[in-house]
Design a protein around this ligand. Structure first.
Ligand SMILES: [Fe+2]
Ligand SMILES: [Fe+2]
Length: 487
């Protein structure tokens, strides 16, 4: 018999609310996947983290009032759980051609391939971001930030578990093969890259990390919100719980950038610098506002590419099939089938950017990108309020959606950050200074230095947060760093 201690031990290691023990085949499949996952974590997860004790939250239930507990955990011993939001009795499919039918508890045969693809694409982003952030632990601006990085990392790991659970449980042999592949691909690898472009970019410095968690984790939110509408109930329940965690990732990004801005504004005020004086700011080892603007330009444009072609048959098919809805589908006031509806889509026609009414069904991606941009506008507004609170006249702006795109309607044109269509020569002129230069990136790296961190210490380029984590003080020892060779 192969049950016994291993099985019980496995249960204590993987918190779950899906009655894993009642499905032996699934349990065994996940048991075989577990050591491969840990191997991947060791090879590609956060460097130097194995011996550290980190003040982490761990999901222990799906009750909105008390789903997590906080405490010191050694990273490789984190309890990666499989947690689905509670089943809603009588839930029906909310959109598409099956609207009003009961949701599916098993994979509908006709949609099997499409559904598997949606899960694999979502699943692939989770380990990718951990890989992208692998080295950041060496240059954290404080123990609190280091802890936040690790928190995001372990939760992205848990999101991978969430998708792998679905693949193993509902997709048989193909699902298991896909789950293996999720551990094989590597962010930025030329031979076996991650599936989506933004997840092969580098995250070499902490401004990039805060931008990534602001903009790219926010794309994650949009995708999860759409999948949470799914007529395939296990996917919906999985994504609903993931959204609980995603909120924290975006919080880390938003407040991280805000703290960078505050520190910069303090220096601008103290030394009477012009708001856009990059050289002046750099003398005092803070990140100048123009560099922050260029990073926004880069991260927003790269993330918009994740939404795919504005007009897309795949997106229409997934919607029609009831697999992937729109952002907060349930709150939209229309027929949820979009049979005759149109949606305005910005396109490039005859040398100009013009709005064209497209069948709403084909414009699902365009609409999701619109909702995303609206969310990002609010994000930038909070950063601008921080700048204004210092009485400094500088406004950060989102770049136009046609700026710097590689995917979709604007992939083959050049447009300025305010949406003026340009020739390639005019676009590439170095005087534009719209994207971070290699000099900017080197400067950012020069701010990242390895140094021993004491609780409550912060790097020169970032302000402390207003509050600590889970009611703890800002100078709490969020990560216990042990010297190599020590006990
Ligand atoms: Fe995630
Ligand atoms: Fe995330």
């Amino acid at each position: 018999m192969n049950e016994g201690v291993g099985t019980v031990d496995y249960d204590t290691k993987i918190p779950n609310n899906v009655q894993l023990t009642s499905d032996r085949a699934l349990q065994r499949a996940l048991e075989r996947w577990l050591p491969n996952y840990l191997e991947w974590w060791k090879e590609m997860g956060p460097v130097d983290s194995a011996a550290r004790e980190v003040y982490l939250r761990t999901a222990i239930s799906v009750d909105p009032d008390g789903w997590a507990k906080f405490g010191y955990v050694k990273m490789p011993e984190y309890r990666w759980g499989i947690l689905l939001a509670p089943k809603e009795e009588g839930r029906v499919i909310g959109f598409g051609r099956h609207k009003g039918e009961p949701v599916w508890q098993e994979v509908p045969g006709e949609y099997r391939a499409m559904l598997r693809r949606l899960i694999v694409i979502q699943g692939d982003t989770e380990p990718a971001s951990v890989e992208q952030q692998r080295f950041l632990g060496r240059t954290a601006p404080s123990l609190l930030d280091l802890r936040n990085l690790y928190q995001v990392n372990v939760e992205e790991g848990r999101h991978l578990w969430a998708m792998v659970y679905l693949l193993h449980k509902y997709f048989g042999r193909d699902g298991r093969e896909e789950a293996e592949q999720l551990l094989q691909r590597r962010s930025g690898d030329l031979d076996k890259p991650r599936i989506l472009g933004a997840f092969n970019e580098k995250t070499p410095d902490w401004l990039s990390f805060f931008m990534f968690t602001s903009f790219t984790d926010r794309d994650g939110k949009m995708q999860l919100e759409s999948l949470a509408q799914s007529g395939f109930d296990p996917l919906s329940r999985t994504c609903r719980f993931m959204l609980t965690e995603e909120g924290h990732h975006m919080f880390v990004g938003r407040t991280g950038i805000e703290r960078v801005i505050r520190r910069t504004c303090e220096i601008i005020k103290e030394f009477g610098l012009a708001p856009g004086d990059a050289a002046g700011c750099r003398k005092h080892r803070v990140i100048d506002l123009p560099t922050i603007q260029k990073k926004i330009n880069f991260h927003l444009s790269v993330t918009l590419d994740l939404f795919g072609a504005e007009v897309s048959t795949n997106a229409a098919n997934a919607f029609n099939a009831g697999l992937k809805g729109r952002f907060r589908e349930h709150a939209i006031d229309d027929d949820h089938q979009l049979l005759d509806a149109v949606y305005p889509v910005l396109k490039f026609r005859d040398g100009k950017l013009v709005t064209v009414d497209e069948p709403a069904l084909s414009a699902i991606n365009a609409r999701l990108a619109d909702d995303y941009i609206a969310d990002c506008e609010q994000l930038v507004a909070t950063w601008n309020r921080a700048i204004q609170s210092y009485g400094i006249a500088f406004e950060l702006k989102l770049p136009h959606r046609a700026f710097n795109r590689r995917v979709g309607e604007f992939a083959n044109i050049h447009a300025s950050p305010v949406g003026v269509v340009l020739t390639e020569d005019d676009f590439s002129s170095p005087t534009n200074n719209w994207l971070p230069t290699s000099e900017d990136l080197e400067y950012l790296l020069s701010l990242m230095e390895e140094k021993p961190l004491a609780p409550g210490e912060f790097a020169s380029w970032i302000a402390p947060p207003k509050a600590g984590i889970n009611g703890q003080p800002v100078d709490y020892e969020y990560v216990k760093i042990y010297k190599a060779g020590g006990e």
